[in-house]
Design a binder for this molecule. Structure first.
Ligand SMILES: Cc1cc2nc3c(=O)[nH]c(=O)nc-3n(C[C@H](O)[C@H](O)[C@H](O)COP(=O)(O)O)c2cc1C
Length: 202
């Protein structure tokens, strides 16, 4: 059965542009794939801890984790990785914060990018282990970053593409609600994003 993982990271509830777009995308996915299992990982409702010393030890080893305390420390990371690895499509909803991603989303990334689980060291390089999955980035921002003078300030989309590529996810599409803080553009931001959702090749 197809599995879809939706990661939400905006705390703005019903005002959130990224959540509005993932709602629309979810409706489309439910219509298109009525049999699919959709999992929502809401990083606002269920906040993830930052990695501490024990967890780092537990998840940094490529050997199987034997000690009970390390097993427990790796449990959350294991669960998050299982959610991802069992999914065919990953949707990441990401508000732009200070030109990058919110730390809640970074914490999720820190839990799922893990040697021996989502990537392997391969000779001088690395091999992503999450190959064959598709991803959709749902980005919302106050300014405009898809083009124009602020494009190079965007650390969110390039970073997300890079880190997903690192674990083997190369098939990535983007939809945006941009210009949310620019009054003449704001009114069109979500409707334009919704049109982009309709245009996605899924
Ligand atoms: C803490 C914070 C930092 C922000 N930083 C930026 C920024 O660097 N650039 C920008 O264009 N918009 C910035 N914004 C505006 C948000 O990107 C915008 O409100 C967007 O709609 C957020 O997504 P959401 O509606 O899904 O929450 C920031 C908003 C907040 C709350």
């Amino acid at each position: 059965m197809m599995q879809i993982l939706i990661v939400e990271s905006s705390p703005r509830g019903i005002e959130s542009a990224s959540r509005k777009l993932t709602d629309k995308l979810r409706e489309r996915l439910e219509m298109q794939y009525p049999e699919a299992r959709i999992i929502e990982r809401d990083l606002v409702k269920d906040q993830l801890p930052h990695l501490d010393q024990l967890t780092l030890r537990a998840i940094s080893t490529q050997d199987s984790v034997e000690a009970a305390s390390l097993k427990e420390a790796a449990y959350l990371s294991d669960r998050l990785i299982d959610e991802l690895m069992m999914s065919d499509l990953l949707v990441i909803a990401c508000p732009m914060w200070n030109f990058g991603i919110p730390s809640s989303l970074k914490a999720w990334i820190d839990h799922i990018v893990r040697p021996g689980k989502t990537f392997n060291y391969a000779g001088a390089g690395v091999e992503g282990l999450a190959k064959g999955k598709k991803a959709i980035l749902v980005l919302a921002s106050g300014g405009v970053f898809s083009e124009g003078p602020w494009k190079s300030w965007d650390s969110a989309e390039p970073y997300l593409r890079q880190i997903l590529g690192f674990i083997g996810i190369e098939d990535i599409q983007t939809v945006r609600a941009e210009g949310m803080n620019i009054p003449p553009l704001a009114i069109h931001a979500v409707p334009n994003g919704e049109k982009a959702v309709d245009a996605l090749v899924i």
